[in-house]
Unconditional design. Structure first.
Lengths: 898, 438
């Protein structure tokens, strides 16, 4: 039987609000109730009924629970807009919180927690205190959540009134639902607090594992999610935990299953017995597969998570590839994810079956899906060497169907296959060339042109083919133009005959004179110069052997993967991005930096990098890129940036948005004075090298203390170790007496390099129209030269460290230096492009490993040993250029001192 | 964080808000505008159920003519959120008599508000069992046990039951006749290549239960699955009876089943909710008995003619029969005319789904039936015809047949009053996605 509430939505002719007002004040109960329903109906469709506040609140004191709930609902929606009137409701709330009916007591506390008006919050504390100790579990479970609500409104109040302790007591409550809600509340409070509040000891662990058997399905999720943060002490404890959690895999609720999988995967890290691990993998597979018979949306969530799980533990689903075959009626998002997982699970054993599937998909209707299927064939070819030939023959069959987008996609992947297996499958080029005319997409065109250029010597009519593209050169997109340019040069170098010579001239002319694209122009000029000065060198450069590409289907960086696996079932695992990259309100970071083994990057560091404001400003822009190395996969690529407009529109909390990076504010911190006014006849110059956005700048401040206007400033740098020089003229406006000007001069490197042993000396000369030339010297602090791409993978670090001879290791001790806090030091180092790789403990000392890189790719592998708070820092570095070591130590010392 | 939602919206297909509830303060009240503008009104709709816009993420599902949208701004538990929506819809259906659509929402908005307040608190799902909620949230709204009006059925301890360990069954139930109905419903999913080889095949089954039992009974269910039987014979130290046993790939249970006990003893024991519920789901991939074989042959005769022959064989017992058999055979979009003969049932050409639809009301076991059709196509202007050919799809129901071979061996009921129960068991196999490529 269904209701007939829709009548409340109809309006009457008479002014609606006055009529409702009248009805709300009616003496008949039923009429009042109907009126409140009408008000709620109006509220639902978005009409503003806040003017009825007083009248609605007057209906609050009622025996009728349904009416009471409606009034409360109204209050939740409008109390914020009428904070002064909201106080009218307080009395009833407080009274209700002592009602003999537990449903009403709970309702009062629950609703009060939802009304975010200070005056109401003040009155919430006493009822909440009572309700936390209520006899009725229903009231207690409601009160437990209410503490989390109050913490969100006013954290101090919660701490002052001792609610946290009451909440912790509820963990030992005899009612499982109360326990579950208390755990949820505590976990949330912990997430928003920097202090340790909810620490899971092995005693709590036991309690919660016991409660797990008895509470509702949702309660199980709360508990499992909270426990997944628990780090077992040893393999045995981990095995025990897993044993208690494994039965949850059989639960009908997908959230319970995924949270159990998360917890098991976490604990598996500690388990050493291979038998147990194998057994667990076997147990997890069936429940994961079962998730694929749920609603498509849940399937999608499951598939995104499975994608992560198979990257970590490929064996779990190695034999289940068939369940990922697409059904014809699967929604497109499910199909796409299944395809991705099929690629990951493809092996020499099942590739024939997989290829048959892909071929089938390549004839379906949805263009995006078809393209992805074609691309999948290519990726399998790259991944499985022994199956490459079969993959290619499938691609060729698809090309023969002559469906335009299939052909184009196939050509794109064939280019990659050529890169992976050079000089193996060129016999198919002839077939590819047949489809030349149908290509109309830039990527496909560019790929085809690359193939022609790369194999120009084997294609008899390569020049004709390229010429056909050249006719439309000016109209082509940049991607195609660049490929055409390179391919023509390759052709010319391989067949230096008359035809190609004419072509190359035409192309170079087109690409230098008639284009506005700087990339194209630069590339053309480089070729031009190479060809005109030394054609042999040009051959070495252009026709150099290319590194073989590898399969990218297991793309996620291992530390990121581990973080994502710790977030199974959450948004983070669906987006394949760490939570802090999309959650704007995340408040805590400090605590996690210690637990996690990988660097938090400069993101957490930039708000507090007092010493190097410009560097600090630069780091956020680079951190997004350097966090996950350049191989960031297409799947995990960040979505297009969201326009700020939307943020404004929906009133987002923008406090965390990036600091504008391009122009540091004129009022920065003081720069060191290099030319005091006394020496410069009243002109004072302060300057410092800084780094911003991957570029070195000379930040300068001119102060005119003379009696006359100074203008025509120019600057010159003497030869120095790094060949630092100005890229352009000094931009300083005429300086009036008593004024100052600040400027940022962009610098280049390796312009005029001073020979001899490296040193930090930077000699500068400045002149103006009024005064003689001033000379002064500055120091080049090495850290401004550290590039943004200096981050090293752990494995690379180890390899490099081992490959360098011991003679390249330099050690220096800084007895006077103290490290006060590891985090802030790491943040500071990261802000200056010294990247944290790993740490270990040695007795009471911390040993940190970091990497940095200076231009021309010279890496520094750094080992820092120190005890927090104790003077004395030891630093060992290894680098191919040990002569730079003193400079490095100088910079580091300066850095750690500040 | 296991938070599932900051806000929940129910929208109709035009994007009007039917009802909404904000649970947390971290998303603005007008976030739904962003959803409308960036998802509903674009091609994005339906391409991905989880989307980030600005600082918020939107998780959405369409159920009949309603979009249910969950908005979150933290790293919420998505699995929890979607499951919550599914469960909430089931709850609403059970309140509205099975219907859930735009009209049902408009007609019950007061009730929905009340339920939304009850089933989720500050974004954390609470008890969603219809059985329990119906104790104190009623359509009349006056059946609260504590109201001054005398209620027709007093419910002494609703709150204890909401939070209790058996949060799905109320106490004090009485039936004159104690009965249990078991329905074993299996869906066969099949994907077969045009050459007749099985690409993927599995059975997803569920055991639906209808209980009319007094008091607080303890039930134990025995199936002919290998694991359970082996365990049983181990415990009783006697060899398992011979007979057909089956291997379940995976089982999931209703929250009433004691999972720890299942894990250690492999027995399914539980205190059932009252009325109808889904006791368990299982999946089987090995040893599936396919009820039907489909053998298509499609010949292209020149550019404008096709010959389609489909033979369907029933391979279940001769005494059984299938009901409601529908076979959809796709034909090209540019079909102009079709002629066909069938040996049983009726067929017609349905241009809106570009298929020949062949229906056979009753299909006895161990028989076969054929359709042969000639399809004439409009000759299109030199265009290469599309290579797309969707699979043949089949629907059917076979009563008293399980594709997996699953059988209920026993269902034992214990109650302290020791009453007798009558148990009824039915089996039925349906087509899930039963597809044959052609």
């Amino acid at each position: 039987m269904s209701g007939h509430d829709s009548k409340y939505f109809s309006t009457t002719k008479k002014g609606e609000i006055p009529e409702l007002k009248e009805e709300l004040n009616s003496q008949y109960k039923d009429k009042r109730k109907d009126a409140v329903k009408k008000v709620i109906a109006a509220m639902t469709v978005g009409k503003d009924v806040s003017s009825l506040f007083t009248d609605v609140v007057n209906c609050m004191q009622t025996e009728n629970l349904e009416l009471k709930k409606l009034v409360y609902l109204y209050l939740i929606n409008y109390a914020k807009s009428q904070p002064d009137l909201a106080i009218l409701a307080v009395n009833t709330f407080v009274k209700d919180s002592q009602d003999p009916n537990p449903l009403i007591r709970a309702l009062a506390v629950r609703t009060m927690g939802c009304i975010r008006v200070d005056k109401i919050t003040e009155y919430l504390c006493d009822p909440l205190q009572r309700c936390l100790k209520d006899d009725d579990p229903y009231v207690r479970k409601t009160a437990a959540i209410c503490v989390a609500k109050l913490y969100d409104i006013n954290a101090e109040l919660v701490e002052d009134r001792g609610f946290l302790d009451s909440l912790k007591d509820l963990i030992s409550d005899n009612n499982p639902m109360v326990v579950a809600n208390a755990v949820a509340a505590l976990a949330e409070i912990q997430e928003n607090s920097a202090r340790p509040i909810f620490e899971i000891t092995s005693a709590t662990l036991q309690k919660l594992l016991t409660a797990l058997n008895e509470c509702t399905e949702w309660g199980q999720v709360f508990i499992l999610d909270a426990l997944s943060r628990y780090k077992a002490a040893d393999a045995r404890e981990a095995e025990n935990i897993v044993e208690r959690v494994t039965p949850r895999l059989q639960h009908a609720n997908c959230a319970v299953v995924l949270s159990a999988v998360k917890m098991i995967l976490q604990q598996m890290e500690l388990i050493t017995s291979t038998d147990i691990v194998r057994n667990l993998c076997k147990k997890m597979a069936p429940p994961l597969v079962t998730l694929l018979s749920a609603e498509p949306e849940i399937q999608y969530v499951a598939l995104r998570n499975i994608n992560l799980i198979v990257q970590k533990r490929p064996t779990i689903l190695a034999h289940e590839i068939k369940v990922f075959f697409c059904k014809y009626n699967d929604p497109i998002y499910v199909k796409m994810e299944k395809l991705e997982i099929m690629i990951k699970l493809a092996s020499d054993r099942n590739i024939d079956q997989v290829l048959l599937e892909f071929k089938e998909y390549a004839t379906e209707v949805d263009v995006d899906f078809v393209r992805k299927a074609v691309r999948a064939i290519g990726r399998c070819a790259i991944k499985l060497e022994r199956a490459a030939e079969r993959c290619i023959s499938v691609l060729l069959e698809l090309i023969k169907i002559k469906v335009n987008y299939v052909v184009q996609e196939a050509i794109i992947v064939i280019k990659d296959i050529f890169r992976r297996y050079p000089n193996t499958y060129e016999s198919i080029i002839a077939t590819l060339c047949e489809s030349l005319d149908t290509l109309d997409e830039p990527e496909a065109k560019a790929s085809m042109i690359w193939i022609i250029g790369e194999y120009a010597e084997r294609i008899d009519n390569a020049d004709e083919l390229l010429e056909s593209f050249l006719e439309s050169f000016p109209e082509e997109p940049p991607q195609v133009q660049l490929q055409l340019l390179t391919a023509t040069v390759k052709l010319f170098l391989k067949k230096p005959t008359e035809g190609p010579q004419q072509m190359i001239q035409a192309v170079l002319n087109n690409a230098t004179v008639e284009t506005d694209n700087p990339d194209l122009r630069d590339r053309a000029y480089i070729y031009w110069r190479l060809l005109s000065t030394d054609p042999e060198a040009a051959k070495d450069v252009v026709l150099a052997e290319k590194p073989v590409i590898t399969d990218d289907s297991n793309q996620l960086d291992s530390s990121l993967l581990d973080e994502l696996l710790a977030n199974i079932a959450t948004l983070s695992s669906v987006y394949h991005k760490p939570p802090e990259s999309f959650v704007t309100r995340l408040k805590t970071v400090s605590q996690r930096a210690e637990e996690d083994d990988y660097p938090e990057g400069s993101e957490s560091g930039y708000p507090e990098s007092p010493a190097h404001p410009v560097d600090g400003a630069a780091s956020p822009s680079s951190s997004s890129g350097s966090r996950h190395p350049a191989t960031s996969p297409p799947v995990a690529a960040a979505p297009a940036p969201v326009p700020d407009l939307l943020g404004d529109l929906i009133g987002l909390d923008n406090s965390n948005s990036l600091v504008p990076v391009d122009q540091p504010a004129p009022a920065g911190p003081p720069l060191p004075v290099l030319l005091p006014a006394a020496k410069g006849q009243g002109l004072q110059i302060s300057a410092e090298l800084t780094r911003s956005d991957g570029q070195v700048f000379y930040s300068m401040l001119f102060e005119n203390n003379t009696q006359s206007v100074l203008d025509g400033f120019m600057i010159q740098f003497n030869k120095n170790t790094f060949g630092l020089a100005a890229t352009g003229p000094l931009q300083v406006p005429p300086l009036h007496p008593g004024t100052s000007a600040r400027t940022l001069l962009p610098m280049v490197l390796f312009q005029n390099v001073a020979p001899g042993a490296p040193n930090t000396l930077l000699q500068v000369a400045v002149k103006n129209n009024q005064q003689p030339v001033w000379y002064f010297s500055d120091k080049i602090s090495l850290h401004v030269l550290f590039t943004e791409d200096g981050r090293m993978e752990r494995a690379t670090f180890l390899e490099t460290w081992k490959s360098l001879p011991d003679s390249n290791e330099v050690l220096r001790e800084f007895p006077g230096l103290v490290i006060k806090s590891m985090e802030s030091t790491l943040d500071k180092l990261a802000a200056s492009n010294m990247f944290f790789i790993a740490k270990r403990k040695n007795a009471n000392q911390e040993v940190l490993y970091l990497s940095a890189k200076i231009p021309r790719g010279i890496p520094f592998l750094i080992e820092l040993t120190a005890a927090v708070g104790v003077p004395g820092v030891k630093c060992a570095i290894k680098t191919p250029s040990p002569e730079m070591a003193p400079l490095f130590f100088e910079a580091l010392e300066h850095f750690l001192q500040s | 964080m296991p938070v599932a939602a900051s806000a929940i919206y129910f929208l109709n297909l035009r994007g009007d808000v039917l009802i909404n509830r904000l649970y947390r303060d971290d998303v603005g009240g007008n976030m739904v505008d962003a959803f409308r503008m960036h998802i509903m009104q674009t091609k994005e709709l339906g391409t991905c159920p989880v989307r980030q816009i600005g600082g918020c993420s939107f998780l959405y599902m369409r159920i009949s003519n309603v979009y249910i949208v969950i908005v979150v701004s933290s790293n919420a538990n998505v699995a929890c959120a979607f499951k919550f929506v599914v469960e909430a819809v089931n709850l609403f259906k059970s309140y509205f008599g099975g219907q859930f659509d735009e009209d049902a929402i408009r007609n019950n908005f007061v009730l929905i508000y009340e339920l939304l307040d009850e089933i989720m608190d500050f974004g954390y799902p609470q008890n969603l069992s219809p059985e329990i909620l119906k104790l104190y949230i009623t359509q009349e709204g006056v059946r609260s046990p504590f109201s001054s009006k005398p209620a027709d059925k007093p419910v002494p301890n609703a709150t204890l039951q909401v939070t209790g360990a058996v949060g799905w069954r109320r106490e004090g139930l009485m039936y004159k006749k104690n009965e249990v109905f078991l329905d074993i419903v299996e869906s066969v999913n099949l994907l077969m290549s045009s050459k007749g080889s099985v690409l993927r095949c599995d059975v997803t089954g569920k055991i639906l239960m209808k209980c009319f039992l007094s008091g607080m009974p303890d039930l134990k269910l025995g199936l002919n699955d290998k694991l359970g039987l082996e365990k049983e014979s181990q415990l009783k130290a006697r060899p398992a009876k011979s007979g057909k046993t089956i291997e379940l790939d995976d089982v999931t249970f209703h929250q009433c089943v004691n999972l720890t006990r299942f894990n250690s003893e492999k027995t399914v024991s539980f205190v059932p909710p009252d009325g109808e519920f889904e006791l368990m789901k299982y999946r089987i991939t090995e040893g599936v008995n396919l009820p039907f074989r489909v053998l298509p042959t499609i010949k292209e005769l020149g550019r404008t003619r096709m010959e389609v022959n489909v033979k369907v064989k029933s391979v279940f017992g001769a005494k059984m029969f299938a009901l409601g058999v529908v076979i959809k055979i796709p034909v090209p979009k540019q079909t102009a005319k079709t002629n066909f003969q069938v040996t049983s049932g009726r067929a017609k050409y349905n241009p809106s789904i570009d298929s020949l639809v062949w229906k056979i009301r009753k299909f006895p076991g161990q028989t076969e039936s054929t359709l042969s059709a000639e399809v004439e196509l409009i000759s299109t202007m030199g265009e290469k015809k599309s290579s797309t050919r969707p699979p043949i799809q089949m629907e059917f129901q076979v009563p008293m047949f399980t594709a997996s071979g699953l059988r209920v061996r026993f269902l034992k009921v214990w109650e302290k009053s020791g009453y007798n129960t009558v148990e009824w068991v039915r089996y039925i196999t349906k087509a899930g996605s039963y597809e044959v490529r052609c």
